[in-house]
Design a binder for this molecule. Structure first.
Ligand SMILES: [Cu+2]
Length: 213
């Protein structure tokens, strides 16, 4: 009896011992898996940023003057880009690539909202945005705020921008971050599209998000 009880106890102890010993390595393993793109390799071409704890929402006006927040686009994948209309290269390229991606998405394009937030509110009036942004695609929306408002949103999204002086006071350019943020239809920040990404890859990632991935 005693022996049997002791034996059971010993057996229980020996099976339990490795568990607490392994525990400290579990968080490290999880971290390693997270850094490697979670437990299975990411299916997305763009960078998976779903674990960040910033960039949850914005409060800006669209180019019609209507207040906009992320929740207004629930049910759609949202692509948010920060730029300015007088940008010579990065912004027109990004918007053109988004136009091409929308074309590749076909019917699914109706469930995608592209947003272009200006980092140059001094020159990018809502009026100007209302001509510039929809020229790339009729559904694209320009987003606007005053200096303070856009600075707050840019900070929330870790977006850098800075004026670079030109030959005249009004001919400055604006250096800025070049990635595009993507939210899934539930409004969660998921992906960062790198500048110059192929429209086919953008469309493929958006299709995956729309399919609930
Ligand atoms: Cu630009």
């Amino acid at each position: 009896m005693q022996q049997g009880t002791d034996g059971t106890l010993i057996a229980a102890l020996t099976t339990q011992v490795p568990v607490p010993m392994k525990l400290p390595s579990v968080p490290l393993l999880c971290l390693a898996l997270l850094l490697a793109g979670c437990s299975e390799p990411s299916q997305f071409v763009s960078t998976d940023i779903s674990t960040v704890n910033w960039g949850k929402d914005f409060s800006l006006a669209d180019h019609h003057g209507q207040p906009r927040r992320l929740a207004d686009f629930r049910g759609k994948a949202v692509v948010l880009f920060f730029g300015y209309t007088q940008c010579p290269d990065v912004c027109p390229t990004t918007l053109s690539n988004m136009t091409a991606a929308m074309g590749l998405l076909g019917e699914d394009a109706k469930r995608v909202q592209v947003l272009f937030a200006t980092v140059d509110p001094a020159r990018d009036t809502p009026e100007l945005l209302s001509h510039y942004v929809p020229a790339f695609h009729p559904s694209f929306l320009g987003l606007y705020a005053d200096d303070k408002g856009i600075a707050a949103v840019a900070k929330d999204f870790k977006v850098f921008y800075a004026k670079r002086a030109g030959s005249t006071p009004s001919s400055y350019s604006v250096d800025h971050s070049t990635g595009s943020y993507v939210f899934d239809p539930q409004g969660r920040l998921r992906l960062l599209i790198k500048h110059g990404e192929a429209p086919a890859n953008i469309a493929a990632d958006l299709k995956r998000l729309l399919a609930g991935q």
